[in-house]
Design a protein around this ligand. Sequence first.
Ligand code: PBG
Length: 328
Amino acid sequence: MLPTHRPRRNRKSQVIRDMVQETRLTAHDFIYPLFLTEGQNKTEEIKSMPGIVRFTADRIIDEIGQCIELGVKAFAPFPNINDALKDRLARESANPDGLYLKTVADIKRQFPDVVLMTDVAMDPYSSDGHDGVVDAESGEILNDATLEILGQMALAQARAGADIIGPSDMMDGRVAWIRRVLDANAFQHVSIMSYTAKYASAFYGPFRDALASAPKKGDKKSYQMNPANRREALRELALDEAEGADMVMVKPALSYLDVIMDVKAHTHLPVTAYNVSGEYAMVKAAAQNGWLDGERTMLEVLLSIKRAGADAILTYFAKEAAAVLRRG
Ligand code: PBG
């Protein structure tokens, strides 16, 4: 019997395919993570992230200017801190004259309209390479002692001009804690995008190269989530909503599309996803070997993350993808 239903009719020409397309990427979808380093007028390559560099404060201004031209207007800076400035309590994280906060303030001065999402977690500043305080004897990560430090860090970032605070540490109760500190200091207008379901993932390797922030001992499994768990993401979501998060995030993205979809189905808040360093590195490595078409793969990855339910995507592809989308 011949088919009575022919879905191929909706695919028969480019114009029809465009007409019935369900998901579309635009430069507005992207938040671009940027790596900062000390010094002047230089960039440093990151071996495991081809095409991504660390920028000195002066060079980051040029980079942001170029991104704005392409329609990318939201950025998530991360600092590569000198080892000499790292300590157990991440004190450098609240230093208004340090690399990170000075650069954040500088960017906001030059580009008041861009959205800056600053990262709250101890790891870039911690001599232990952990997101929380490490108990010197037991090696345990101390949740409540960490909250104190995260609150101070968030406050210092708000003072520097952050639009969105992004707690990536996975300590319990940090969204409520940070909200209270911000509100008590007249920063009611500063948003919180919580890393709601952040998994203990192997895909963070290249990021840790970029910041030299890998744990000195142990792993992050006592605070980041087990990749095997899906329902647990909804528990974290309920808590972050109750604690006052404005936006929620799933991280990584590509191996967690089911989690993005679940979180989207259970919240009215905007959902973001972090297309992390290892996901970027995989595509770049395969493309460099000639094993994949890098550009098409990039767009397919980003599209799939949006199709799963992400309203915005943190991605190292932001600038490149925006340039491709502009070209059409
Ligand atoms: C740490 C942090 C990590 C990333 C963002 N913030 C790594 C980690 O948890 O060890 C990873 C992002 C990426 O891989 O692109 N607070």
